[in-house]
Design a protein around this ligand. Sequence first.
Ligand SMILES: [Ca+2]
Ligand SMILES: [Ca+2]
Ligand SMILES: [Ca+2]
Ligand SMILES: [Ca+2]
Length: 577
Amino acid sequence: MTCFLSIACAPVAESDPIATGDGEAGEQEVVDNGLSDPSDQTDQTDQSDQFEFPDEPVVDEPVVDEAPDIDEPVIEFDEPDPALQPIAYLVTVEALRHTFEELATMHSITDIPTAVVTVEDICGGSCDDGDPRNDTAAAIKAWATTRPGIQHLILGGDIELVPSRAVHDRYSNVVAGTYEEDLKSDHYYADLSEWDSNHNGIYAEDPGDAPDLLPELAVSRIPVSDHDEAARYVAKAREYLSAYNSADMQKALLIANIATNYNGIDINAGYYFENEGRTVDAFPTTFTLRRLYKQTLPPPSLAAEALTLAKEKEALEAGVNLVVHNGHGFPTLLTCEQQGDDLDFTGAMAYALTNQTPLVFLSCACQAGQFEAPFTWHYTNSAGEQKERVFTDDSAGELLVNAPNGGAILYLGNTTTGLGLAGGSQLIDEMLEYAFANPRPLAGDALRAARLALPQNDTFTPPVLTVPLPVVDPDSWAWTQKAVVLLGDGALPLWTVATPVSPLPLFSAEKVAGGARLTITNIPAGSTARIHFCGGVYTVPTGESELTVTAPGDCLTAEAALASPATQYWFDSIPLL
Ligand SMILES: [Ca+2]
Ligand SMILES: [Ca+2]
Ligand SMILES: [Ca+2]
Ligand SMILES: [Ca+2]
C-alpha cells in the first residue's frame, strides 16, 4: 500500500484512469434567454384594481324595483417591499420547484434574498446533453454568470436532476504515489473563469485549459432525488434555523483515523489535528471538543478516547454541532480505516442516525461525497488490472444529509479520492478560521473563503518523524479544489456562538375578498419581522411590535419570519382559512 495522504480504503485506486463515461463540454456562449428574474414574482400585487367597489352606496332613496345596494367594504391592499435583487439562486427542476420555493422564501424573509429557477427555465429546450459544449451544466453556469449580485448558487437536486461537470485529473507525489481519475466537480460552477478555453468540450484539461480554480461564487448541492427527500431537507433546514438546541452549538467532535503508514510508522490523523496552529487551535476556547482517535503510540492527545464504531455513533447522536473527520472513506463508507473493516461506518449507519441536533460534518475522506453514486466505478487496481465496481445506493455523504431522523444538515467531502493532509485538511482548517472570525457566517461563504485561502504549499512534521513531510503542492491544491463538494444548502449559517431560540410572536391570517389580511404581533425588540404572501414581502418598520397588512392574491399559505442577531430565526407558514 503506497497510499500516504489519506487515501480511500478498500479498493484503493493506486493509479489510473477510469473512464466513467461522461464526456465534457465547452462553454456555451449563452444565454440570457430572457428569463425573467424570479424575484419578479411579486407582480401579483397589481391586481388591486380588480377590487374597487363603489365608495358610496346609494341608500337614501327608496328602492322599489331594484335589489338593495349592499354596503360593501373597500379593500385597499398594502404595497409590498420593492423586490430585492436575489443574492442566492437555487437551481432545481420543475418537479421540486414548489418544495424549494419554501426554502427560498425562508431565506428571503430571514435576510438572504433567494430565488428559485429551474433547469427547464434555463435551458428553454435548447440544452444538448450529448454535446458537452452546450449541455445543461454549461447553460446553468452561463446563466449564473449573468445574474447581477449573485453570491450563492445552490444546486437543488442530486446529479441526475442537476448535472455536475466531468473532469479528469492526475496527482503525483513522491511519497503519495500517483492518482489519475475521472471525477465530477461542482467547483466548475463556483469558479467563473473559463474551464474550456480551447472549446473542445473537455474541461480543465492540463495542458489545454487554464481555469484559475479560485471561486467567485459559493456553491453547494442539496443531494435529493425526489419530493420526499427535498421536503425532508427543507424541514430539516427550518429546524436548523429556528429550533436548534443552543446547548449543543459550541460542541465539536474530532474523528481521526490513521492517515497512512510511512516506512512502517503509523501517521495518526490526530497528529495533524493537534499540530500547533491547525484544527484544534482553530476552535475558540468556548468550544467543548470531544476527540475520537484511532489508538496509536504515542497517542496524539491524552484527552482522546479510542475510536470505536459504537462510540462514533453515540457521539454523533449525543448532540454535537461541528464534526471534523480526518481519515478515510469510500462511496459506501462515511468513515473507515485504510486497513481492515472493523471501523467501517457505513452509509446505511449514517442514514439510520437519530440525532436531534443536525450535524455539520466536515471530512477530507475519499469518495464519501461522490454524489454521482449510484454508479459504476472503473478503476485500476494495484496490480494494474482494470476493475469496475457497482455502487447501488447514494454515497455515504448523501445518505448522511438525507437521513430522515437526524444526520447532517451539511456535509463537506470529496467526489473522488480526497487528498487529506495534502489539501483537504488545510481546507477544513481555513473554513473553521473563517467561521469563527465572522458573525453568523454562511456555510457557503466559509467554503469560498477557505478555497481562496488554501495554501499551495505546506509541510507537516508528525511527532513520530523528525523531518517535515511535503504535503500540499500546487497539483494537490488544484485536485482538492476540484474534488471538494459541499452537500446541503450553503446559504445556511454556521452556528458558532450559543444562540437562543427566538421569542414567539403571534401570526394570524384570514382571507378577504381578493387577498388576505395578515397580522403579526408580539414582535420582540431587536428583531426584523417580515410577512410573505403570494410573492410579496412586507417588512415591519423598525421599532414596531405589530403590523397588519392586507395583501392581494389567492395563495394557500402565508409566511412570516423574525431575524435577529441575538437569537435564532423564527419562521412560520400558516394555511389561509
Ligand atoms: Ca478543453
Ligand atoms: Ca475564478
Ligand atoms: Ca439520490
Ligand atoms: Ca447521488
